[in-house]
Write a new protein. Structure first.
Length: 145
């Protein structure tokens, strides 16, 4: 058997395997190439967070809940829940400030805004046109958020 015959035998033996592998792996390879291919069409700008209407509605709901908790007779037992609501208010207020381009200090971690900073931020948001309840300054005495 010559070297040419061995080469022909190898081609005949490997061809079905190579065709089968191409059928199986070609779509995956094409999908990966297409995913990395730069998209030349212009895309519409996407918002970074939820719509401002949803942020405003969430802030109003959280501020009403906070007001109800502070007026409750059992505030000492609800302190943890009150602080959790204040942290949620602070998170939504920061998102709303980013959406409205209102100057604010971005906290490094949740709950880092002080009571005074949060009240000032809520007032700046109201001044920027966000409709919030009239009483937005009733927070815990220790200023923990």
């Amino acid at each position: 058997m010559s070297l040419l015959d061995v080469g022909k035998l190898a081609i005949v033996t490997l061809t079905p395997t190579l065709v089968g592998a191409a059928v199986v792996y070609a779509p995956k390879l094409c999908a990966r190439i297409a995913a990395r291919w730069p998209d030349r069409t212009e895309r519409e700008p996407r918002p970074l967070g939820p719509p401002i209407e949803q942020l405003a509605a969430d802030l109003r709901r959280l501020l009403r809940l906070h007001d109800e908790l502070t007026r409750s007779a059992h505030v000492a037992m609800l302190a943890h829940r009150l602080w959790a609501v204040e942290a949620a208010i602070a998170a939504r207020a920061v998102e709303a400030a980013q959406a409205l381009d209102v100057p604010h200090r971005a906290p490094g971690k949740p709950g880092e805004l002080t009571r005074g900073e949060l009240i000032a931020l809520l007032h700046r948001l109201a001044d920027a046109g966000l409709v919030l309840p009239a009483t937005i300054g009733h927070f815990t005495r220790h200023g923990r958020l």
